[in-house]
Design a protein around this ligand. Structure first.
Ligand SMILES: *Cc1c(COP(=O)(O)O)cnc(C)c1O
Length: 374
């Protein structure tokens, strides 16, 4: 067809499978526990208000700025991240951008900040959406190889001409966490670029780089409600940065669609972020399960870097990852495997409930025994 030459052709991002029914799903890093019970209560209250007509919000356009949610985030995050920050002035309303999941936030940030024509830098092994966004927005990029043990070599990001930098901390799918001081070095060395730190997994044991936003005007910290807040289905993400960065992000967002955040999502994310106790308790449970799982996997002959995320990226001493992946799948246990150079002998295993991880470990035991009968 002759119009086809004018099509913007892209290779889309490939997400992990979403099998339905009774399976053990450890392939897309979803949180294993329900979100705060306040969220379900709020759904009920919103439905009640619609029904009795006391407030028919669905009829109206939502608040473009998601003011209620941003205010909640500002008050909670100032307590969590800026209490001991002597240098900074904390977080204000104009330091926060809310989007439809951090995928939306990141896509907007690529479009807003990476326009120099110079290559954007990110690790060769990382979130596999970065090259997709670069391609769809026609941004050149240059991947920087992680070291043999999947660490970031800071020198790759210090003296290279670039049009921007994006790195997750902890990195995905490796789970490897780097200290905020390394990111500060990168931010300081690149005043002409925006440095994006993707903190999708930082709540599972890492320290956030958020305080850097008060010290540097070229750093954007991105977080999500999909992992530690158990709201992947609601689609809520956030970016934090200097007022000017946030203003530019909003301008681009409002140039596409002023009403990206729907009214129920704003209301539900607000009650979620305010329930700090529930969030802390459930995250601590996942961390405990992760540490138990590490121990058991090691006993079974798996090797992995220490993960500070809600997943473990492991390879087995003798059985190929692809084979384990397929055998687990036959038993309705889904983990993630990529046919990609350097990582094709690894499995990314999300942390589920204690029961799910016990089932995983006993199934792995059977699979590995069948291979090596005594
Ligand atoms: C899961 C994930 C995201 C995006 O999650 P959303 O559901 O879109 O908020 C972003 N970055 C990384 C590294 C992730 O793993």
């Amino acid at each position: 067809m002759s119009w086809e030459k004018n099509v913007r052709k892209v290779t889309p991002y490939v997400a992990g499978e979403q099998p339905r029914g009774k399976v053990i799903k450890l392939n897309t890093n979803e949180f294993p526990y329900a979100p705060s019970p306040m969220v379900a209560t709020k759904i009920y209250d919103l439905a009640q208000e619609e029904l009795d007509g006391s407030s028919s919000m669905l009829r109206k356009y939502p608040d473009m700025d998601a003011t209620k949610l941003v205010n909640a985030v500002v008050s909670v995050y100032n307590e969590l991240y800026f209490r001991d920050d002597k240098a900074g002035s904390g977080l204000g309303f104009d330091n926060v951008f809310i989007g439809v999941g951090s995928d939306d936030v990141l896509a907007m940030a690529f479009m807003t900040f990476f326009n120099s024509g110079k290559p954007v830098l990110f690790p060769d092994i990382t979130y596999s959406f970065y090259d997709v966004w670069a391609d769809v927005h026609r941004i050149p990029y240059a991947t920087q190889a992680l070291t043999g043990d999947f660490s970031i070599d800071v020198n790759d990001y210090l003296n290279k001409e670039n049009g921007g930098i994006v790195i997750p901390n902890p990195n995905a799918p490796t789970g490897v966490y780097e200290d905020p001081s390394m990111f500060e070095e990168i931010v300081r060395a690149n005043p002409d670029s925006v440095v994006i730190i993707d903190e999708a997994y930082v709540d599972f044991g890492g320290e956030s780089c958020l305080p850097l936003i008060n010290k540097y005007d070229n750093v954007l910290v991105v977080q999500t409600f999909s992992k530690s807040r158990a709201l992947a289905g609601l689609r809520i993400g956030a970016a934090f940065g200097n007022e000017k960065l946030i203003k530019y992000l909003k301008d681009v967002k409002f140039a596409f669609n002023s009403y990206t955040m729907n009214y129920p999502a704003i209301e539900l994310a607000t009650v979620s972020v305010l329930d700090t106790d529930y969030w802390k308790d459930t995250v601590a449970r996942v961390i405990k399960t992760r540490e138990w799982t590490k121990e058991k996997l090691r006993e079974l002959g798996f090797e992995f870097r220490n993960s500070k995320a809600n997943f473990i990226f492991a390879s087995h001493k003798s059985m190929p990852a692809r084979e384990i992946f397929e055998k687990l799948r036959e038993k309705d246990i889904y983990v993630r495997h990529w046919n990609k150079p350097r990582i094709d002998n690894h499995l990314r295993i999300s942390i589920g409930t204690d029961e799910e991880m016990k089932e995983l470990i006993s199934t792995l035991l059977t699979i590995l025994k069948d291979e090596n009968p005594e």
